[in-house]
Design a protein around this ligand. Structure first.
Ligand SMILES: [Zn+2]
Length: 271
């Protein structure tokens, strides 16, 4: 069972074409109930400290840019409690990268093992405090599980260097998707007969990976362009995601999603 959670509403967006209603950008997280690995949380969105004391853990420039609504009820911890679980039921957290709106919930789950690319962790430790990386999110000393960039990962659906998460038996893999940050990755999880591929911030708007008339969103593109570390790699990975969304993995369909597109989030939740 996979729950789609919005762990942080942000700025209001209009679609670039007629039809979809205006919606607030989201922090799209996945909560995976597994048979043998407890709960696995893919992305955390903003955490309880972020929404209660943003001045302590978030950079003012980021707050101004993203316009987060900072609602306690939207944090992953509160939503997980609403489902009848406790923080310690979350045994693993997989992160696409360590920007505030992706790892802000880490302090709410101090016992979880945290899976992230080694290059991302090193960049965050080196650069913080910055607009994107905030030390408050790892001051509790997470149990990091890191993955080197040039290891012996597998080929999967046109992606290279794909790794099964260490110590996890369920089908959950880290998919290197560089460009947005130093060690950005997607996370793929089996969902019955199909795969979900959470692409994080590898793209910001569903039309970017559309087959016809692909284009970015003018407002989200400001964030995308100001944050990127490698533009050509980012664009190459968007092309690969477009192929994965249409071609699948062998016989199996892949549904690609990202962190902030509210229309994609709505396509999964209806809300
Ligand atoms: Zn983001």
């Amino acid at each position: 069972m996979i729950h789609h959670l919005n762990c942080g509403s942000m700025m209001k967006l209009d679609a670039t074409y007629d039809g979809p209603p205006p919606l607030n950008a989201v922090c799209h997280c996945l909560l995976v109930e597994t048979e043998r690995d407890g709960l696995v949380l893919i992305e955390t969105g903003l955490g309880t400290d972020d929404v209660q004391r943003p001045q302590d853990s978030l950079a003012p420039e980021w707050v101004e840019l993203a316009q987060p609504e900072l609602r306690p009820a939207e944090t992953a911890l509160r939503q997980i409690e609403q489902l009848g679980y406790t923080a310690s039921d979350v045994r693993h957290i997989a992160l696409t990268h360590l920007d505030v709106d992706h790892c802000g919930g880490l302090p709410d789950f101090p016992e979880a093992r945290v899976h992230v690319m080694e290059a991302e962790l090193q960049a965050a430790l080196k650069e913080a405090p910055s607009r994107r990386y905030r030390p408050a999110h790892w001051a509790h000393g997470p149990r990091w599980e890191t993955y080197p960039p040039d290891g012996t990962g597998d080929e999967w659906a046109g992606f290279a260097g794909v790794r099964q998460l260490t110590g996890v038996q369920a089908d959950l893999r880290l998919v290197p998707l560089g460009g947005h940050s130093a060690g950005h990755a997607g996370i793929t999880v089996r969902d019955g007969e199909q795969w979900l591929l959470h692409a994080g911030d590898a793209y910001f708007y569903h039309q970017e990976i559309a087959v016809d008339a692909a284009h970015s969103h003018p407002l989200l593109d400001v964030v995308q362009l100001s944050a990127q570390v490698d533009e050509s790699l980012r664009i190459a990975n968007q092309a690969r995601l477009r192929e994965a969304a249409t071609g699948g993995a062998g016989e199996e369909r892949i549904r690609v999603l990202n962190a902030h597109d509210p229309w994609t989030y709505r396509s999964f939740t209806g809300a």
